[in-house]
Design a protein around this ligand. Structure first.
Ligand code: FAD
Length: 479
């Protein structure tokens, strides 16, 4: 009997229970990562994700080299690959982390389970992110979270690994097509050393300016932790980050910045648990009372929104920025979704598809619940419609972020870069700037569309149908 350790969204060699178990039983162990066609073709994955994953795996390979071991990076449908390994090596036990993923990976995991049972093999899955499968409500969840985060990081004695080579008949031939030079150099690179460096610099210094800058589109890039892609692809475990933070909090008790950061590490798992308990939210409104709104897609809006050509400067700057760099802070993400769903009255599903491809840190368990929350389709949260003009005034007053990403507005005074429609004909002439020619006219009236959306959502929210569903949702997700 051999072991197969299947790496998925857990691209690390430490705090890795499946790897630890495979090493402990002493059997020959195959290390496997699979590039699956269903995921290459998924509407939620993009080249930048694969590039990040492969960079992270490359660093793992470096760590494995002195132990004469390597991860087989194979391309193909997972069951064909397992079948191939079975034919080459005979019976094996499969080890992996439990994946709380999109519908595609859920269906894939069920098919793998069926295949394993058919062959008379076994598959052991370990939780990560303090998530329980099949949980019906949140009773006791906070305690479980604390227990998981306080439990020791799993020690992986890699030097004791009994490595089993495979013939790698299905060697990876997939190359993410996005060349590095095509991207802004601020796109984060995979690899644990990069994640560890961010954690170190954040906890030693950058945290000092965290809360002050968390909502600013420009400064958040330096003063938020920027750990999200490393957590999303499991390059660092949430337990490792939580424990390092807790240690720092012991040195600096009552530090608000660290407390705020720790809350977000908790939210990380809270949202993934939410998605686990109600994975339909990848497709459907969580609260069906909202099914009556946003039923059609306007292609012109979709093109303008996804390419950053709406004529609303902060919206366009954010979209162009995330399309190029893969990152935006929380508030700007929320604002993009708010604009799409509330101001343009479009279905959130299109926003979810586009943004999941752009966010380097795409984490289904955070992504879908957040999108629905911002779209106002849950029914019990306070409705937040982010006015992009006010957001620019508050968080980019000098329009530095806008000017960086919307160079058409770069030479205008800040007030006009934020609101170019306020320029008089004489000012336009003096600046040689013509709305509609140098930059699109605003796609909608932000004030009027925001007011309409507020009234619409509040009307539905007050309905007995919405209240009934909202109560059911609360029973599942609220502690
Ligand atoms: C519409 C929308 C979609 C989002 N999609 C994702 C996604 O796919 N993947 C993702 O990791 N985050 C997502 N977020 C949450 C949040 O915006 C990012 O986690 C955060 O901006 C990442 O930057 P950071 O690592 O510097 O965060 P920090 O502020 O340094 O926070 C540390 C970590 O806490 C977690 N975290 C922070 N904020 C939140 C939050 N509001 N909810 C849950 N966890 C949080 C993340 O893991 C983050 O890395 C989304 C938010 C919105 C509004």
């Amino acid at each position: 009997m051999k072991n197969v350790v299947w790496f998925k969204r857990d691209l690390r060699l430490s705090d890795h229970a499946p790897l630890r178990e495979a090493i402990s039983n002493g059997r020959p162990t195959i290390l496997l990562f699979v590039i699956e066609p269903e995921l290459i073709n998924s509407e939620h994955y993009s080249n930048r994700h694969w590039k990040f994953m492969l960079e992270s795996i490359a660093e793992m390979q470096q760590k494995l080299l002195p132990h004469n071991a390597e991860i087989s990076v194979l391309q193909g449908e997972i069951r064909s690959i397992l079948q191939m390994l079975y034919e080459e090596h005979g019976a094996f036990q499969l080890f992996s982390h439990l994946e709380i993923g999109i519908h595609t990976t859920f269906v894939r995991d069920k098919a793998v389970r069926d295949w394993i049972i058919k062959q008379g093999l076994s598959w052991v899955e370990y939780p990560q992110n303090a998530i329980t499968r099949g949980r019906r409500n949140r009773n006791g969840w906070n305690k479980d979270w604390e227990r998981f985060m306080n439990s020791p990081v799993v020690h992986v004695p890699i030097s004791a690994l009994n490595f089993q080579k495979t013939s790698n008949k299905l060697v990876n031939s997939f190359k993410p097509s996005l060349a590095i030079s095509e991207e802004d150099d601020s796109m984060q690179r995979g690899g644990r050393s990069n994640g560890e460096k961010l954690l170190r610099t954040f906890l030693s210094k950058r945290y000092t300016y965290y809360s002050k800058n968390i909502s600013k589109p420009l400064m958040s890039r330096s003063y938020c932790s920027r750990l999200s892609p490393y957590l999303a692809w499991g390059v660092l475990s949430i337990r490792e980050v939580t424990q390092s933070t807790a240690l720092r909090m012991r040195e600096l008790p009552r530090n608000r910045n660290l407390q705020n950061f720790m809350s977000r590490l908790h939210w990380h798992c809270h949202f993934i648990q939410k998605f686990e308990s109600e994975c339909d939210m990848e497709f459907k409104n969580q609260n069906p009372a909202y099914n009556i709104i946003r039923t059609t897609i306007n292609d012109h809006y979709l093109e303008a929104w996804t390419t950053g050509q709406t004529g609303i400067p902060l919206i366009d700057a954010c979209m162009r920025c995330v399309n190029t760099t893969g990152y935006l802070n929380f508030r700007m993400r929320a604002m993009l979704v708010s604009f799409w769903t509330h101001n343009l009255q479009q279905p959130w599903q299109q926003a979810a598809d586009h943004l999941s491809k752009q966010f380097l840190d795409f984490e289904p368990g955070i992504h879908f619940p957040q999108i629905q929350m911002q779209a106002g389709t849950v029914g019990y949260h306070t409705l937040r419609i982010y006015n992009p003009i006010k957001q620019a005034e508050d968080h980019d007053p000098d329009a530095l972020f806008i000017k960086k990403w919307v160079p058409e507005l770069a030479k205008l005074p800040a007030i006009f870069a934020r609101e170019p429609w306020k320029m008089t004909p004489i000012e336009c002439m003096m600046e040689d700037f013509h709305l509609g020619q140098h930059y699109p006219e605003a796609i909608c009236d932000v004030e009027a569309s925001g007011k309409f959306a507020t009234e619409t959502i509040h009307r539905i929210k007050k309905s007995s149908e919405s209240k009934k569903f909202a109560e059911q949702i609360r029973q599942i997700h609220v502690n």
